[in-house]
Write a protein that binds this ligand. Structure first.
Ligand code: TRP
Length: 335
């Protein structure tokens, strides 16, 4: 049986945090070790340009994200790990897909619509500050996916629509030209925790409530101490299901350890004590990876070597597919 092909991209505009780790990175790394799956993971650095015009930030984020995935034990023999911009075929395919994607489809993209709405609410021109990059974002993402004939696309809920658009675009191309593309499907794990951040809302860079994954133990302890709790005193029973501390605990602990903490909450564990235990639990899981991370950050050439090897493997697929696409649309050598 052919291996199932899984693909996902990470936009390089931020520092990996515990929410990224639990929701996306940890499951992806587990998948990279599963030899019944062929996985493609990449740094979506061209996507980063859509929301970030700070070159230093894009560079730093690319480095941090690559170092994070490698430090956590991504199996780069099995999985293909690359940087989007190292595979120029992806942007070539983007143009061909642009010529097949309906503008009306792009008009319906949530991210674009939200930007227009914000302008309208502010009494601005609806197009104010909206680039062609933002508008065409789903087409670039479709190229990422369709280029590798990926079947399963693990994403967060906010990205489901984009995967469906990729599917639409693929269908239309296949119908108009030739059966070139596999139709992709989004996978959103129900069991994957959406971690809450310092203020209790979803942990997200846009809320500025994140706990960075690889900060020093001292800083990690500080961050955990900032998690919002209520004013209940030691000895007063606390509701675990209403607690960010407990929710993060459950994302790292075994079932029996989760049950134990549930009991401790009922017995009135002090917030300071719960946070101390949470720090130890997290530090235990990521401590060794943190050392590898720091070493990689100090030796970017080692990261680079992995990425370039990944790009070479990715381009084997991409150049073959691009030949089929060009042939299908009538571009290429005259004969
Ligand atoms: N747009 C995705 C995000 O912001 C990242 C991404 C880019 C992606 N290309 C992709 C995800 C292809 C899955 C498949 O999260």
């Amino acid at each position: 049986m052919a291996k199932q092909r899984v693909l996902t991209g990470i936009t390089t505009t931020g520092t990996p945090h515990l929410g990224n780790y639990v929701g996306a990175i940890r499951p992806a790394i587990a998948a990279s070790r599963d030899t019944s799956i062929e996985s493609f993971f990449f740094l979506a650095d061209y996507h980063a340009l859509i929301k970030c015009q700070d070159p230093q930030l894009v560079r730093q984020s690319s480095k941090e994200i690559a170092a994070t995935w490698l430090a956590l034990g991504l199996d780069t023999q099995n999985a293909v790990f690359y940087r989007q911009s190292d595979v120029p075929e992806i942007t070539e395919l983007t143009w061909v897909l642009c010529c097949n994607a309906a503008k009306g489809l792009m008009n319906r993209a949530h991210a674009y619509k939200a930007a227009v709405q914000e302008n309208t609410d502010a009494g601005e021109d609806p197009d104010y500050g909206i680039t062609m990059g933002l508008f065409s974002y789903p087409v670039l993402m479709a190229a990422d996916i369709l280029m590798f004939n990926a079947e399963k696309i693990p994403v967060g809920r906010d990205q489901i629509q984009h995967v469906e658009m990729a599917r639409d675009i693929a269908q239309r191309f296949n119908h108009n030209f030739a059966d070139v593309f596999t139709l992709p499907e989004a996978v959103v794990g129900d069991d994957v925790a959406v971690l809450r951040g310092l203020d209790g809302r979803k942990m997200s860079k846009s809320y500025n409530n994140t706990i960075p994954l690889f900060q020093s133990p001292k800083q990690l302890r500080k961050s955990i101490n900032k998690i919002k709790t209520n004013l209940l005193e030691p000895g007063e029973p606390k509701d675990p299901d209403d607690s960010t501390v407990f929710q993060i605990w459950a994302a790292f602990a075994s079932q029996s350890e989760t049950q134990r903490m549930r009991d401790e909450f009922a017995a009135g564990i002090a917030w300071g004590e719960a946070k101390k235990q949470l720090f130890e639990l997290i530090d235990d899981e990521i401590g060794e990876a943190r050392e590898r991370y720091n070493t990689l950050m100090d030796n970017p050439a080692d990261i680079e070597q992995e990425l370039l090897r990944g790009a070479e493997r990715a381009r084997e697929h991409a150049s073959a597919l691009m030949r089929r696409v060009r042939d299908a649309v009538g571009i290429g050598a005259l004969r």
